[in-house]
Design a protein around this ligand. Structure first.
Ligand code: SF4
Ligand code: SF4
Length: 291
């Protein structure tokens, strides 16, 4: 079983449309949406949820000002400077600074500090017309996206192992944050979708550095290459220097958007289109190389 993660240095490159199109060609595969902060593969896959789970994303710590005796202990103990004094002399915890270590809860002599587990992240095991899909929904302001990606990937692996699937296809997150790092570990191939623009090239460079630090084989697709010929050739030259093969250059085509609005992949929407032909070719190459 081989694992492929499709990533982009930034949002809006068309990564999910490409992932879904490859997915509709893959046959015996398990899919995993690693873009847990803004999951959207389900919009095309339209999965039926079979199992739903809660994922904890740390602790929400608050001070009960009525119980607080203003002894100052929590202020002294907090190593993250997360406790602030208010104008009335009381205390408040800054949720942006609080690391949820719960030390203040333990040392408070008045039992005035309450730590509640954040349980607003959810993940799902679903079935779809292309195969099993493991996906997640992070709560607003939640953290631990990297750990959630690791969890959904672990489940996808279990399903793939139990069903003799040939591939796991991950729709990776944009950027180089925790969830991108978590979506790269242990995979066989990273496919980068790059848009020909200044920011597209810059963000792809940062992503490639990250992928290379993992010593993972990389390949690329330049999407919407017709929108900027100059940047397209700049990207091609850059990738050539790094020996990263460009598997396809896909033209800008509004059918990609129309397909998405109908909840279809481009392969389903118009199998005869130039993009469909090229993506089919990409998948055949990937399957040969990784299969
Ligand atoms: S340790 Fe407890 S009682 Fe003391 S200031 Fe903090 S919250 Fe108030
Ligand atoms: S839980 Fe830890 S980090 Fe948060 S306020 Fe208490 S001591 Fe500080």
């Amino acid at each position: 079983m081989k694992e492929i993660t499709i990533l982009s240095g930034k949002g809006g490159t068309g990564k999910t449309s490409v992932t879904a199109a490859l997915g509709s060609l893959a046959g015996n595969a398990v899919f995993c949406d690693n873009d847990v902060d803004a999951a959207d593969l389900h919009l095309i896959f339209q999965p039926e949820i079979n199992e739903a789970y809660t994922f904890s994303s740390g602790w929400n710590v608050t001070i009960n000002t009525t119980k607080c005796t203003r002894c100052n202990s929590c202020l002294d103990y907090c190593r993250f400077d997360a406790i602030r004094t208010m104008s009335d002399g009381g205390f408040v915890i800054d949720p942006l600074k609080c690391e949820g270590c719960r030390l203040c809860e333990r040392i408070c002599p008045a039992n005035a500090i309450l730590a509640e587990e954040n349980k607003n992240n959810h993940w799902f095991v679903s079935s779809s017309r292309f195969g099993p899909l493991v996906h997640a929904k992070m709560g607003i302001g939640s953290e631990n996206s990297g750990k959630l990606v690791t969890r959904v990937r672990q489940k996808a692996k279990e399903i793939a192992s139990g069903s003799d699937s040939r591939f796991i296809i991950n729709d990776g997150p944009p950027g180089i944050g925790c969830s991108a790092i978590a979506s790269l570990s242990g995979i066989n191939t990273a496919l980068i979708v790059i848009e020909p623009s200044k920011s597209g090239l810059h963000d792809a460079q940062r992503l490639i550095e990250l992928i290379q630090s993992f010593k993972i084989e990389a390949c690329a697709i330049i999407n919407k290459y017709t929108i900027n010929d100059a940047f397209t050739s700049q990207i091609e030259k850059y990738l050539e220097i790094l020996s990263i093969p460009v598997l396809a250059k896909l033209p800008f085509d509004k059918e990609m958007v129309l397909a998405m609005t109908e909840g279809k992949t481009i392969i389903e929407y118009n199998p005869e289109s130039e993009i469909s032909q090229k993506i089919t070719h990409v998948w055949e190459g990937l399957a040969r190389k990784t299969g």
